[in-house]
Design a protein around this ligand. Structure first.
Ligand SMILES: C[S@@+](CC[C@H](N)C(=O)[O-])C[C@H]1O[C@@H](n2cnc3c(N)ncnc32)[C@H](O)[C@@H]1O
Length: 266
């Protein structure tokens, strides 16, 4: 089982208070985040908490200077992907990229693939945009908005080849399990945006959440587990998934890691 008594101390990164009050550092004055939270409540899954936090110069630069070019807004409505990227390549969507380390690495390593990241944590969005600009990435766009809203209203149905959810907030206390993002309403939105045969890839370092993900997906219509019999319901850690910040932290704490990959059936 995973450690339920420690929490990350880096206040520039999204933090998960494993005592149960998950919180993502953000700009306390940010009214759009407050609006996002209201929206999330309306949608029925309130999977994050915004709380105040400092922004570094690079993060502020990312939000102020790069967001206008590489950022996407929920108000823009449904995306025209070909116009957005100037081509129609394979599309990867990642929800909850945190500080964006692994998403940035993937976008850099796969220039033929287009990536859309969705995150509510302002410092993380700023950091990823600052990095993406410094690396000259053209195949990455980012929302700073609640993922359920973006998936329902902005991502065209049947458009994504891969959907990634790496180390979502575990909400370990039973009374907070309703805040976990992997629930039927979310899974249905993932299915909506995936192409037929598209992959839904989840990873977590919380054994109890891994079990819940496997159970939820076994019940979800239109998905089949890709796990081989030897390791089912989990897949061996794929080489193509870069180490994320939360995974690194989990490794330090001696956590296990569970990967689950489901394929969308027609
Ligand atoms: C525990 S962190 C993991 C970050 C990163 N994937 C990693 O492994 O380092 C989970 C992230 O999901 C984000 N998040 C949670 N619910 C969200 C939602 N509904 N929409 C967008 N982001 C969300 C949080 O802000 C947080 O940054």
């Amino acid at each position: 089982m995973t450690d339920e008594t420690t929490k990350p101390q880096d206040d520039t990164s999204p933090s998960t208070d494993v005592a149960g009050t998950a919180a993502q550092a953000s700009d306390a004055q940010d009214t759009s985040s407050v609006a996002d939270e209201a929206v999330a409540r309306k949608r029925g899954i309130k999977s994050y908490v915004i709380r105040g936090g400092r922004m570094t110069q690079a993060q502020t630069r990312g939000l102020d200077e790069i967001f206008p070019r590489l950022g996407l807004r929920h108000e823009q409505g449904e995306l025209d992907l070909e116009a957005l990227f100037g081509r129609r390549g394979p599309l990867v969507i990642e929800v909850g990229f945190g500080m964006g380390k692994s998403l940035c690495e993937q976008a850099q390593a796969n220039p033929q693939t287009d990536f859309i990241g969705i995150e509510v944590h302002a410092p993380g969005v700023g950091k990823l945009l600052d990095e993406a600009d410094k690396l000259g990435l053209t195949n990455l766009r980012v929302y700073r908005h609640d993922a359920l809203e973006v998936l329902a209203d902005c991502v065209p149905a049947g458009s994504a080849d891969t959907f990634q959810l790496f180390f979502p907030d575990p909400w370990p206390k039973k009374k907070h399990h309703k805040r976990r993002i992997v629930q039927p309403a979310f899974v249905e939105l993932v299915r909506r945006v995936l192409k037929p045969s598209g992959h839904f890839h989840m990873a977590t370092d919380w054994a109890n959440y891994a079990e819940a993900m496997a159970e939820e997906m076994a019940e979800a219509p239109g998905f089949a587990n890709t796990a081989p019999a030897e390791s089912a319901p989990y897949v061996p850690r794929p080489d193509f998934r870069p180490l994320t910040k939360f995974e690194q932290r989990g490794e330090r704490l001696g956590h296990g890691v569970w990967d689950l990959i489901f394929v969308k059936q027609d």
